[in-house]
Design a binder for this molecule. Structure first.
Ligand code: SF4
Length: 391
């Protein structure tokens, strides 16, 4: 069955950057010459620069990245796997991270001092990570401390967060989690405290607490950094204090998306990422990380049908990779990660050609103190029994 592109709505096009104002957006301007999208030699130029840089260069491509960029990736994967792969290639001086800002920060934390991590477009941020600023998190922790609960509350922070939030977690006896090991991380937290402060994705936190740990929805409260109205009693009585953040891609799937696709594709298996809303995850047949979704579709017998609730670039690639199966997008509208899509072939060519000329552009560095405490939180995750390097 041929893959049908979802409909491009005006909202989606807006999210993709139409009407961008280069004077007011971070990283949109590139010093030097950014090749035009229409340049017919972009593929040749990228290939030539990559070949000339050889082992000095290692390109990481996140699963949600565009095909035009993924074709040049030395490895593809989720953010944590990619950072680990970069650390496993110490011969590479230049790590070009085709992903978003927090991923490049994580790579800088995990790689050696001689390795320079580069994000081809500084405007490639993450809406979820941006929903938790350190001053907001500090204010929430002060409220938790003022209620006398800091000693019994363990922060668990999703990989999709800025380095200073990871550092906050390390400093306050918490751990990082990925979508693969969130259950184990929460179990560990409850072995060490009475409640969890989960940042920044409320959906992953709620889905894990309720569906995997058997807590009730009422055990969870939501801390809204813009309207922090939770009382000390509400904080004390909660088992999980969820940060009010979400992924603007996965958060778009609704119960209607699931009902609609089941009507359109009889017998379809609905498979979604745990960053989706609780109601959507409850209706799905299968729930798991991007690696879980990829493996489930790979291992399914020919003739299987899947409706996939994750980023569209990945879903489209899965559909093309498995022509013997039906793989459709869960929603009728496009659902790219607009910030991830900032990294396109012109930015990759611009980055590689600058490296060839001895100029390191858009290097991402995490200052030493933050890196140290973020590393502590990451190492706590890796030390969890049952959590492997692939989690
Ligand atoms: S898909 Fe969502 S969580 Fe992932 S980078 Fe994009 S906005 Fe962030």
């Amino acid at each position: 069955m041929a893959f049908t592109e979802p409909v491009a709505t005006p909202l989606a096009l807006l999210l993709l950057g139409h009407g961008a104002d280069p004077d007011s957006e971070r990283g949109v301007e590139c010093p030097g010459d950014l090749p035009p999208v229409s340049d017919p030699d972009l593929v040749t130029r990228a290939a030539a620069a990559k070949a000339a840089l050889g082992d000095r260069l290692y390109i990481l491509g996140h699963h949600y990245q565009r095909d035009e960029v993924i074709q040049f990736a030395d490895v593809t994967g989720d953010s944590f796997k990619l950072s680990q792969q970069a650390a496993a290639h110490p011969e590479a001086e230049f790590i070009v991270f085709c992903g978003v800002h927090f991923m490049a920060e994580s790579a800088d934390i995990l790689t050696a001092a001689n390795q320079q991590v580069i994000l081809p477009d500084l405007a490639a941020g993450c809406s979820m990570a941006d929903m938790a600023a350190i001053h907001q998190v500090d204010a929430a922790w002060q409220a938790i401390s003022a209620a006398g609960l800091a000693d019994s509350t363990i922060p668990i922070t999703y990989m999709n967060s800025a380095a200073d939030i990871k550092a906050f977690t390390g400093r306050n006896h918490g751990a990082i989690c990925t979508s693969s090991n969130a259950k184990r991380s929460l179990e560990w937290a409850f072995e060490h405290g009475e409640r969890v402060f989960f940042l920044p994705d409320q959906h992953l936190g709620r889905n894990t607490a309720v569906r995997d740990l058997g807590l009730s929805l009422d055990d969870c409260v939501v801390w809204d950094p813009h309207h922090p109205t939770l009382t000390p009693e509400q904080l004390r009585d909660a088992k999980v204090i969820l940060w009010r953040g979400h992924c603007s891609v996965h958060g778009r799937f609704t119960e209607s998306s699931v009902k609609d696709v089941r009507a359109r594709v009889p017998g379809v298996t609905v498979i979604v990422h745990p960053e989706c809303r609780y109601e959507v995850v409850e209706m799905a047949d299968l729930v798991g990380s991007t690696e879980f979704i990829i493996t489930a579709i790979e291992e399914a017998p020919p003739g299987s049908s899947f409706a996939v609730g994750t980023e569209l670039n990945l879903v489209r690639r899965l559909a093309l990779r498995h022509p013997d199966k039906t793989v459709v997008f869960l929603d009728r509208d496009v659902c790219f990660c607009s910030t991830m899509n900032r990294i396109d072939l012109p930015h990759l060519v611009w980055t590689l050609e600058n490296l060839l000329q001895g100029r390191v552009v858009n290097q991402i560095t995490v200052e030493d103190e933050s890196a140290k405490w973020a590393r502590v939180a990451l190492d706590r995750m890796l030390a969890l029994p049952g959590v492997g390097a692939k989690d």
